[in-house]
Design a protein around this ligand. Structure first.
Ligand code: GLV
Ligand code: MN
Ligand code: MN
Length: 414
């Protein structure tokens, strides 16, 4: 380096600025490698085990190989890259998921995996030799966007879902999870999970709380209890032109009323209810439907509120079905209990991060499933609009770099 090199002549502040530019460049470079994968005109389509998600898994393997990390899979579709012996006692696990909701954003999930690889790089650049193995995870089917059950990979790993039930879950085209995986899932490996000393998942924030707190990174305190219910509204299919209005048994009416009732009950309860997915049979403009299948996503700050909310919605659906001469059958597809993340770990992480804010979320995560078995924490990276599960989801890359540094600090601290 000559004496005219900016680094040789720079002040400590200028050196910090150059380091920040390098870190941003490193983030951008890794991000750009995956950004085009699964990107469509209306957002990302990265269904679990579909070609784009398989391409992301290949990318995961190649990134692990570049860093000399051994990759293992657990027979459930989850991948793990290990800095140190795989599943060593006391290992710390980080990472997230690649799959997206249909037409989702690029950050929900992949940010946690990209940040994990970069945090490994940062620790190595700092000369840290970890006392514990560090694992980077890519969990399968976190969104439940293809097979209907969210956090399917982490539920399988921890025994929260039966492997035969998981194997038989079908996507919209009729392919089962077992077929997509190429095997019956292996199921619970709590012997492995219990070897972990901590799990830390980094994720884009799915709200605007950090904006108001003027913080690039926060720590999670809790996940609202939530679930998915499938409602089958059955009526009498008939001719739209010849069936008198008074003679109809139209399940679309019962469904429409239920959508409005869910919204009203959630508002009254201070909770969240969403009916965003629907199938109609026969789905013809000139035929009264025989069946309307709708899905309810309901979430609340505590379990009694969630239970009361779902009960109130079902009561109103059933009453309306009585008036319409239709029927309604309900099946819970997945229910996720309230998660209170390890308080001591959250405070420790907030301390390592110089007093980062601690905040709850209404979104589900694999970390929530793992928290039943291992001290678990989450880091959230600021999202200026709060928009998520949409192509408009975004985090400024300066904040993503702050997330990488925070994750490296936390891993070093653990
Ligand atoms: C997952 O992102 C969920 O909360 O639905
Ligand atoms: Mn999500
Ligand atoms: Mn996610």
């Amino acid at each position: 380096m000559t004496s005219s090199s900016p680094r040789a002549s720079s002040s400590p502040r200028a050196i910090d600025e150059l380091r920040a530019i390098d870190e941003l460049r490193a983030f951008d470079e890794l991000w750009e490698q995956i950004a085009p994968i699964g990107r469509e005109s209306k957002g990302y389509l990265r269904y679990a085990l579909s070609p784009p998600e398989l391409a992301l898994r290949d990318w995961f393997r190649s990134q692990a190989a570049l860093r000399g990390l051994e990759v293992t899979d657990d027979g459930n579709g989850n991948l793990f890259a290990w800095w140190g012996p795989a599943w060593a006692d006391g290992a710390v696990l980080t990472g997230s998921h690649f799959d997206s909701v249909p037409h989702g954003g690029g950050y929900d999930g992949p940010l946690g995996i990209v940040s994990a690889f970069l945090a490994v790089d940062e620790l190595r650049a700092r000369g840290v030799t970890p006392a514990r193995t560090i694992g980077v995870a890519a969990f399968v089917e976190e969104e439940g966007g293809r097979f209907g059950v969210p956090c399917l990979g982490s539920r399988l790993l921890t025994g929260a879902v039966d492997p035969d039930r998981a194997a038989g879950l079908r996507d919209a085209g009729g392919t089962t999870f077992g077929e997509a995986l190429g095997a019956r899932p292996a199921g619970a490996r709590l012997d492995l999970v219990r070897r972990l000393s901590a799990v830390v998942e980094l994720h884009i924030e799915q709200g605007r709380a950090l904006v108001g707190m003027h913080a690039a990174v926060g720590v999670a305190s809790a996940i609202w209890p939530h679930g998915r219910w499938r409602l089958d509204f059955t009526g009498t299919g008939d001719h739209a032109g010849t069936t008198l209005m008074a003679d109809r048994h139209d399940p679309m009416l019962t469904y429409a009323y239920t959508v409005l009732a869910a919204n009203k009950e959630a508002r009254l309860a201070g909770a969240h209810a969403t009916m965003a997915r629907v199938l109609v049979e026969p789905n013809a403009t000139n035929a009264i439907p025989a069946l309307v299948r709708g899905w309810l996503d309901a979430r609340a700050a505590d379990t009694p509120t969630l239970d009361r909310l779902v009960e109130a919605i079902m009561k109103r659906a059933t009453e309306r079905a009585g008036r319409d001469g239709t029927s309604v059958a309900v099946e819970a597809e997945s229910v996720s209990p309230e998660v209170a993340f390890d308080t001591a770990l959250a405070s420790r992480l907030a301390g390592i991060l110089g007093g980062a804010p601690i905040l709850p979320t209404g979104a589900g995560h694999d970390a929530g499933v793992l928290s039943a078995h291992v001290p678990t924490a989450m880091l959230f990276v600021r999202n200026p609009t709060g928009v998520s599960h949409s192509p408009a989801e975004h985090a400024p890359h300066e904040d993503c770099v702050a997330g990488v540094t925070a994750l490296a600090d936390v891993l070093a601290g653990l």
